[in-house]
Structures are given as C-alpha cells and as structure tokens.
Design a binder for this molecule. Structure first.
Ligand SMILES: [Zn+2]
Length: 356
C-alpha cells in the first residue's frame, strides 16, 4: 500500500513544485502534511489494477500493443461516416459493427483498445442535431469497448478513452478547411474537454489517450484539463515534414516545430508519450526528439493513406510485414508500445503482436 501511495504521489510531487499549484478534482486520496508550518497537500488517483500491472511491465521492458485505426476500420466494415463528423455517431448508428471492430483488435493481440471517441466530442458533434445526443453517443462508445472486452473474455485488455482537439470538418471552395483556420474559443475547448474527461472517468475506462496533439492553442487547455483527471494519461503527438531536408513540424501547423510541441507536452509528466497519426518514415526522427524530453515509456502508431472528408483514402497502405520491419527499428530506439492509426487494421495489429 505504501509503495502504491508513493508511486502515485511521486507524479504529483513534481507538479506541486514545478507548477506551484495542485488541483486534482475527485482525487482517490489526499495526504496532508505540515512542512515548516505550511500545510502541503498531495492528491492522486488509484489506477485500475490491470493498468498498473501493464504499466509496470512496460517499464520493465515488456512490449504492449495498441489497436490500429478504429474509425477507418469502421469505415472499411461499412459503418456510415458523416460528412462533417466522420465516425462521431457510429455508436448509435452501427453499434454492432463498433463492437466487432474492437473484438477484431483484441483477437489480433491488442493489449489496449481505443474508444471510438476521436470525433465524438462537442467540438465535432455540437450541432443542433447532435447536441442532446453527445452524452448518449459517448456512453455507447464506452459500452462498445466494454462489451467487446467482456465478450472476448480478455479482462486484462485496457480501454483507452480517446480525446482529440479536432473541430468539425468545414469546407471552403470544395476543399476541407485547415483545422488551424477554424476559430474556437478557450471556453468552448475547456467545456468540451471537461465533458469528455468526466464521461470517461464515470464510464470505467483505464486511461485517457490524447490523440493528434498538434495545435498549441488547443493542446494546452486539454493538457490542463486532463491534469486534473483521476485517470492516467497517454499523450500522442502528430508530425509532418515538407520534404526530407525540412525540420519536422506539427501536423496541423507547419510554423510550429514538432520539438516545441513535445517540450510543452513533457511539462505535464504524462505516463506515456509518443508519436501517432504520422507517416512511418518520420517516426524515428520523432522518437529521438521525444526521448530528449520524456523519460517514461514511448509509444508509436503511424497512419497510412490520407483523409478526404468524410472518408479515409486507403491508398498505398503499408503492408503488415513492412510495418513490422519499421517497428523493429523503433523497438531498438526504445519504443515499448506499438499500434496503428488511420488506414491500418487488425492484420497490422496481428503482425505488431509478434514483437511481444
Ligand atoms: Zn489517425
């Protein structure tokens, strides 16, 4: 018990002194001590037994496999994609396909499956039609993952609640508007992120997975929001490069260096950091940058193909064998958690499982 307490507290000890403040909503425990006449308060959370077990094993060198793209696999399996909301409503439009998609990833060897919530926050679904459905859609999202886990009997599989800073796709002159060109206020971001965080905390997932972190004006409010969570947090950043001589930049904003996004995220001391939804040939460069700022486990899950709203274009998708060959190099570089993002499916997960 003491070890568990210290282990959890340690994470927040850093925060207390680095940020001069500590705000944990709904902490699992609070420890108060008097230091030189000042009351110092430590708060933390109890992680799920299966989370703690897997995380400890990863720290001791075990390889873990994250699923591959959920939305793109849903699309491949015939689930309806909405024009500006992509896969955001699948949990109420095609629940069985969603459960079967999660099951396929568990059967392929995934240790962690991802809730289909990348495009289900209020930022994407918050139009008049979906506003009242947001809670229902996200509860069904979580239910689908829980149901897949119980149907396969794989109780040790972790469920990751995905949170992104994606805003509903918009079109301009027939083109999809750049995310950075869609204005969104800090208040709207904070409200939407808090809503997602609280739904996941109440819903019984094992961790929060921040996906496609890329736009600093949106990532910082999200990092602040999840820092208050009772759940552990894994942070996935996305990158791009204009050509092989250019520096690696943020996926959504080529004026922002990837390294600067990594530096900002590293301030929050997340359990796991890594690169995702990024081309395979950039992953090694990103790994070496992240390693400079993050001492914990690294994850990597690339994409393949490209998006043309409302559908992913399955063009020149990397073969599972080729992905495995890349992953073997990332493993040497220190990556412990491997998966796939958009365009990659259960067959890719199956090949990555050979690393275990
Ligand atoms: Zn992706």
């Amino acid at each position: 018990m003491l070890c568990e307490g210290l282990w959890v507290t340690n994470r927040f000890f850093w925060k207390t002194f680095a940020k001069k403040a500590l705000f944990i909503k709904n902490p699992s425990f609070v420890i108060r001590i008097l230091v030189a006449g000042t009351l110092v308060e430590f708060a933390g959370y109890w992680m799920s037994y299966h989370y703690k077990k897997l995380y400890n094993e990863i720290q001791q060198g075990r390889v873990a496999v994250l699923d591959s793209g959920v939305s793109t696999e849903l699309e491949r399996q015939g689930a309806p994609m909405q024009d500006s909301q992509w896969s955001g409503r699948v949990s109420i439009d095609a629940f069985d396909i969603l459960v079967n998609t999660h099951k396929a990833y568990i059967d392929a060897g995934a240790d962690i499956i991802t809730v289909n919530s990348y495009a289900s926050s209020r930022l994407v679904l918050g139009d008049s039609l979906n506003e009242s459905l947001i809670e229902k859609i996200n509860k069904r999202n979580i239910d689908a993952a829980l149901e897949a886990r119980s149907k396969t009997g794989a109780n040790e599989v972790l469920i990751a609640g995905s949170i992104s800073h994606q805003v509903a796709w918009q079109h301009l002159d027939g083109q999809v508007k750049q995310q950075i060109d869609i204005p969104i206020s800090k208040d709207e971001l904070e409200f939407a992120f808090t809503e997602m965080r609280e739904l996941f905390e109440a819903g019984g997932v094992d961790l929060l997975l921040l996906e496609m972190m890329s736009i600093p004006a949106r990532t910082v409010p999200l990092y602040e929001c999840v820092s208050n969570s009772t759940l552990p947090v894994w942070c996935g950043l996305s990158a791009k490069r204009q050509n092989h001589k250019s520096e690696i930049t943020s996926f959504h904003d080529e004026r922002v260096l990837f390294e600067d996004n990594v530096k900002t995220a590293a301030l929050y001391n997340f359990d796991v950091m890594g690169v995702m939804h990024t081309a395979v040939d950039l992953i090694s460069g990103c790994n070496s940058i992240i390693k400079n700022y993050h001492n914990g486990p690294l994850m990597a899950y690339p994409d393949s193909g490209y998006f043309q709203a409302p559908n992913w274009q399955f063009v020149d998708i990397i073969t599972p064998q080729n992905l495995l060959s890349f992953a073997e190099i990332w493993q040497i570089e220190g990556v412990k958690i491997f998966g796939g993002c958009c365009g990659l499916g259960p067959e890719h997960t199956g090949f990555l499982s050979r690393l275990k």
